[in-house]
Ligand binder design. Structure first.
Ligand code: PGA
Length: 923
């Protein structure tokens, strides 16, 4: 195959070479395994796609005709060729980026140059803006970033494929780094790896289990984050000492959370025993990493009392810890003169014992005794502090840096649990559970049928009473649904008692609509003695609008105040980017999210509460994706107290965090956004009213535009079902979670991810831009209004980011390809009416965006991405053509034709993988 070369502003030559090398090797593998006719067919399809893209008359029809002739087997081979090609190109691009990052980092360290969008860049910018050392101290002292990983099933690739690609990446690195470059042996190894990739199925035969997902999530901690984080902390210390030498580096300013194994909303597989198993996996991994670190240290700190008598001080510590004494008696014979080694080895044994004892059955002994934990984060940190203090008094105080400092940093960031597990459940599930529980307690029959006022009254009176009763007895009488809720909280409560409070994060309430939704969870926590922060998740237009009022009544509620006090007067509020988008469209959702943040922060300020906005962002633009730092800086108001929570999900997790250099880079970008954002949050001037008024008007026009299509046109859902592969996506074994929240098969119950995924595959990309036409309606021939929007684009980061991100969606959308999908819609009237509506909105949106951004073509200011999309298109097109053709055949089958159905589905699944790899986006 011939290569496409994604551009870059740096030396592209090595990347082009690598892509060509991989493309050629793939071509040879195809010829060897499938025969030269298959390779020629693929070449023919590729050149037709290229001709069609360059506007050659009739080429699209020829391409369509060539694809229509393919048998399912041949279609599979073609789809595999283009899918494998994209997998290899993505790999080459990533390798190139890693090489670039490494060489830049070493050059920067040598030359003292400041890397763009990094911690250092933030300090330099802030210094230039006149931030004094005292202010900087305040900024870093309040800084806290929590990244929350989720299993949101947007990673279409199997783990097997990810591992194979990693092996290939390593092989490529060997090639560039060693003098054995391109020897015959090396090329043979490359072909072997590609052949094995070629012969491997891309889709899973079964849905992954939740615990598989937990292990996958933890893999990123084990393989990259554990080592990258101390580097990041060291970078923070280094650049502070360079630019603000008097400022003390902050402690524990970044930490991790996870939803995997705790996010129960719409996922019946996340039972409370799974949550318990998940918590144990977290603990075991953290303890084994700590044990590894202690082992390494014990081999390093072999300081003899004969050479450095100060070390003897450490021995005192043993006398205070019984378990350590046992180890000392045993190990002391081996290292009689090496107290550091003795101490660290004993500590390691203690940690290993704790790891071996971590069992889900202990957490699931819900009503069992709660012994005080032997090993806590506090006593382990204290032990390492003692080692540091002893070293500092000794002959080589600098030994306290290096590995010891690394381990102390790791302990601070990851604790004994790696990432704190959040729990999430839908508000209506709590309501249903309380309906039963309150009836069993003899308080009310039919709680779920009460109105909001009655619910609040009842909950308030229950919360004012002393906590109940015999919970065990209640548990015995509960049905499975209520037990499930109580069980999850009892597991949390037990884990907090046995492992320490910090092993869990927040309790997230999906679809928080009213105050009672939060009071219900408060009551359930009270019943079960679970003590986690309660985080309402607001995710529809009306919920975003209602959020400030709900918070006001919450902060006024007498039962909530002690809870807030216990949680440091911090309130987490989660913002749902994708569901708000699904509800009212990209443009209006962006604006409502913006306004809601301002209003939430204002309510918190009035009540002296510290807000922590939790951004539920996914990878695609429609789900709040886009460049991390820009997203933060587009609206820094939530950073007023320095704290932020952000989700890192599915595909994003695997593209950003599987490699240490990439992970380091993205973390630097996030830190840059947050550090500069903290300052901007307190220093930003008020926005001109003409900007906010304009935005208000545009958003108000955008909602009916979007909802008029998606909700109000009765034929729209039919159009969507027929013109996109939504039904096929729902059958894919991507994640443990079903595509629908509940059994009812409606758009409301469909998760946002498959919704976005289906539009992305079919190149309509509706959720990423539809509704932008409101910008055109706003201007409607008025040069002044266009001028106003241009001024907003230049001067308002929010507006600029919203439009720049929309450009990405508009550029990935393709109405010619979408037209092929529309041709799948049986009813001609519906097909033409809805497609022409989408198409004309698309054209109108593009024209308007170009005019506002003052550019000639989409992404003119992002030439790398622009070129990458242009170069990739001719390779994605055949996959789209094949997908449409197979969907057409599949839908024309009778229900009994199972044998014909299977091979078609197989091809469709492969094209879904291939298109995702080509567009670098799933849902
Ligand atoms: P949810 O997430 O379906 O779990 O609410 C949506 C998303 O992350 O885009």
């Amino acid at each position: 195959m011939n290569p496409t070369t994604p551009p870059s502003d740096h030396d592209l030559e090595s990347l082009s070479r690598e892509v060509r090398l991989l493309g050629d090797a793939l071509g040879r593998v195809i010829a060897k395994l499938e025969g030269s006719e298959v390779l020629s067919l693929e070449e023919e399809i590729r050149s037709l796609a290229k001709a069609s893209r360059s506007g050659e008359a009739g080429a699209a029809d020829f391409l369509g005709a060539a694809v229509a002739k393919l048998s399912p087997d041949l279609a599979y081979e073609m789809a595999m060729a283009f899918t494998s090609y994209f997998e290899l190109v993505n790999l080459a691009e990533e390798n190139y980026r890693i090489r670039l990052l490494r060489s830049r980092r070493s050059r920067q360290l040598e030359s003292g140059l400041v890397p763009r969008a990094s911690i250092e860049a933030a300090l330099v910018e802030l210094k230039a803006q006149g931030v004094s050392p005292e202010e900087m101290q305040r900024i870093v002292d309040k800084l806290h970033i929590t990244l929350v990983v989720t299993a949101h099933p947007t990673e279409a690739k199997r783990r097997t494929i990810l591992v194979k690609l990693r092996r290939l990446a390593q092989l490529l690195r060997d090639q560039t780094e060693s003098s054995l470059a391109r020897t015959a042996d090396w090329l043979a190894s490359l072909e072997r790896e590609i052949a094995s990739l070629w012969l491997t199925d891309r889709s899973r035969t079964e849905r992954p289990q939740v615990l598989d997902e937990v292990r996958t999530g933890l893999w990123f901690f084990d393989s990259t984050l554990w080592e990258v984080l101390p580097d990041l902390e060291a970078e923070m210390a280094r650049v502070l000492s360079r630019h603000y030498p008097t400022v003390r580096p902050p402690r524990r300013w970044i930490s991790f959370g996870s939803w995997i194994g705790g996010d129960r909303d719409g996922n019946p597989s996340v039972t409370f025993d799974v949550t318990a198993e998940g918590l144990v996996l977290h603990r075991r991994l953290a303890l084994s990493k700590i044990a590894g670190g202690l082992d390494q240290l014990s081999h390093l700190l072999t300081i003899s009392t004969r050479r450095d008598p100060s070390a003897t001080e450490l021995l005192d510590l043993f006398s205070r810890r019984e378990r350590l004494i046992l180890h000392r008696n045993r190990l002391g014979l081996r290292y009689p003169n090496e107290p550091y080694r003795l101490f660290l080895a004993a500590l390691r044994e203690e940690v290993i014992q704790e790891e071996n004892h971590a069992r889900a059955s202990d957490l699931l002994d819900l009503f069992g005794p709660r012994p005080e934990p032997d090993l806590t984060l506090g006593n382990l940190s204290h032990a390492l502090d003692a080692v540091e203090a002893a070293l500092e008094k000794g002959r080589a105080p600098f030994l306290a840096g290096g590995d010891l400092l690394r381990l102390r940093r790791q302990l601070q960031t990851f604790g004994l649990h790696m990432a704190a597990l959040d729990i999430r459940q839908h508000s209506r599930v709590h309501e249903q559970a309380l309906d039963e529980i309150l009836a069993l307690l003899g308080r009310v029959e039919g709680y779920a049928r009460c109105n909001e006022g009655q619910k609040q009254e009842l909950l308030s009176s229950l919360l004012a009473e002393p906590p109940i009763v015999d919970l065990h007895r209640l548990w015995d009488r509960c049905g499975p649904a209520s037990r499930d809720i109580l069980g999850s909280l009892l597991t949390v409560s037990r884990a907090q008692a046995l492992y320490g409070n910090e092993c869990v994060g927040a309790y997230v309430i999906s679809m928080t609509r009213e105050l009672s939704d939060i009071l219900e969870v408060l009551l359930l926590c009270r019943l079960t003695r679970a003590d986690l922060s309660i985080a309402p998740l607001v995710e529809t237009l009306s919920d975003l609008a209602a959020a400030p009022e709900i918070l006001r009544s919450l902060f006024d509620h007498p039962a909530y105040r002690p809870h807030l006090e216990r949680h440091g007067k911090e309130q987490i509020v989660m913002l749902g980017y994708s569901d708000s988008n699904k509800d009212c469209g990209y443009l209006a959702a962006s604006w409502w999210l913006y306004k809601a943040q301002d209003a939430i922060v204002e309510v918190c300020r009035r009540y002296g509460v510290s807000p922590i906005l939790f951004h539920g962002r996914g990878g695609t633009i429609a789900r709040g994706g886009g460049p991390a730092a820009q997203a933060i800086l587009a609206q820094p108001c939530g950073l007023i107290e320095g704290k932020i929570r952000i989700t890192e999900q599915g595909e994003v997790l695997s593209t950003r965090y599987h490699d240490p250099d990439l992970a380091f880079r993205i973390l630097q970008q996030i830190c840059y956004g947050v550090l500069t954002g903290i300052h901007a949050s307190s220093s930003r001037p008020p926005l001109p009213a003409r900007w906010t008024d304009a935005m208000e008007e545009i958003a108000a026009q955008s909602v009916p535009l979007y909802q008029g299509l998606v909700r109000d046109d009765p034929a729209f859902l039919r159009f969507w079902r027929e013109a996109t592969p939504i039904d096929e996506l729902r059958l894919l074994n991507i994640g443990s979670r079903p595509a629908l929240r509940s059994r009812s098969d409606t758009l409301e119950e469909l998760r946002a991810i498959p919704w976005v995924f289906s539009w992305m595959q079919s190149r309509f990309v509706v959720p990423g831009w539809y509704g932008m036409g409101a910008l055109a309606s706003f201007c409607a021939g008025s040069p002044q209004k266009l001028g106003l929007l241009q001024e907003m684009y230049e001067g308002w980061p929010f507006f600029r980011t919203t439009l720049d991100n929309a450009q990405q969606s508009l550029a990935k959308a393709d109405m010619n390809i979408a037209a092929r999908y529309a041709s799948l819609v049986q009813d001609l009237e519906i097909r033409e009416r809805i497609f022409s509506r989408i198409r004309s909105e698309y054209d109108r949106s593009v024209q308007q965006v170009l005019a506002i951004c003052r550019i000639g073509a989409l992404l003119d200011r992002e030439p790398i991405l622009q070129r990458s999309i242009r170069l990739r298109n001719p390779y994605v097109d055949p996959l789209n053509y094949i997908q449409v053709e197979m969907l057409r055949r599949l839908r024309s089958l009778d229900s009994g034709q199972k044998d014909e159905e299977r091979p078609l589905r197989r091809v469709i699944e492969l094209t879904i993988n291939g298109i995702s790899a080509g567009l670098r986006n799933t849902g």
